[in-house]
Design a protein around this ligand. Structure first.
Ligand code: MN
Length: 266
């Protein structure tokens, strides 16, 4: 069952006999328990409600502290456009840095601020905050026992598949993929950009897939890897992020968390 992929691993480790691991599918899962805050689609800088998105951003950081998240994953569309004022970008990165925990940002189709080669923010790195940049995907280890892979949206076109090229899972620890795109069974949305096919979700050899682009919290698991859209940070009463618990005994569990925000000028 997809909800308990860590169980086999914990039993194998309890036996102390790593050589007995029967298949690559179960090898490497588990390790220490981790809690992740998975957010997406903050659209900071959106002209229609600039205060609401910053308020939601602050709430998201407070939630990360309250749950003692081991890492924050932002699965795309952190910023709404390349026209976001520099002071806002600097505020966001300073705030992330001040959150005191690792942050991994996957650029989505709106994050041209982070993907344009001539942007002053392309390749931005601070001690706690990393932006995935590699065209063909990039792997990071933001926390002990956690490996994260994701492929930024440089071209939001039907030919770009966000989960294509996912590397093999590491030998140890949890492996989380990030993707920004539209989940499809292969017949839906055929002319839309950045498709994530059911078959790609089913074939993914990782523990969790943190998705963005669809603004509603949604379970889209198709195989052994648990896969969710976190929902958007500003979406009326449905403003959510996802709390992801990676537990060697209980496996991967996901729950939504409401993102409160106030909008003073909307
Ligand atoms: Mn998007």
């Amino acid at each position: 069952m997809a909800s308990t992929p860590g169980v086999e691993s914990s039993k194998e480790r309890a036996s102390g006999d790593r050589e007995a691991v029967p298949s690559t599918a179960s090898r490497g899962r588990g390790g220490r328990a981790l809690t992740l805050l998975h957010a997406a689609d903050l659209h900071i800088g959106h002209h229609a409600h600039p205060d609401a998105v910053l308020s939601a951003f602050k709430s998201m950081l407070e939630i990360s502290r309250s749950i003692a998240a081991d890492a924050i994953l932002v699965a795309g569309d952190l910023f709404d456009s390349a026209a976001v004022p520099s002071w806002v970008v600097e505020y966001v990165f300073e705030s992330f840095e001040g959150a005191g925990r690792p942050v991994v940002i996957l650029p989505g189709n709106h994050d041209t601020l982070l993907t344009k080669r001539d942007s002053p923010f392309h390749g931005l790195v601070t001690p706690n905050v990393r932006v995935l940049q590699g065209d063909a995907g990039e792997t990071l280890s933001p926390a002990d026992g956690l490996t994260v892979w994701g492929r930024p949206v440089y071209e939001h076109i039907p030919e770009f598949h966000p989960l294509a090229g996912m590397p093999r899972r590491p030998e140890d620890g949890w492996f989380v993929a990030m993707g920004h795109g539209l989940v499809s069974d292969g017949t839906q949305f055929r002319f839309r950009g950045s498709p994530i096919l059911h078959s790609e979700l089913a074939a993914a050899d990782c523990d969790y897939i943190a998705l963005g682009h669809v603004h509603t919290y949604r379970n889209v698991t198709c195989g052994a890897a648990v896969a969710y859209y976190s929902g958007a940070s500003v979406n009326g009463n449905a403003s959510t992020a996802a709390i992801v618990r990676l537990d060697p005994g209980a496996g991967v569990t996901v729950q939504p968390v409401a993102i409160p925000y106030v909008a003073t000028r909307d």
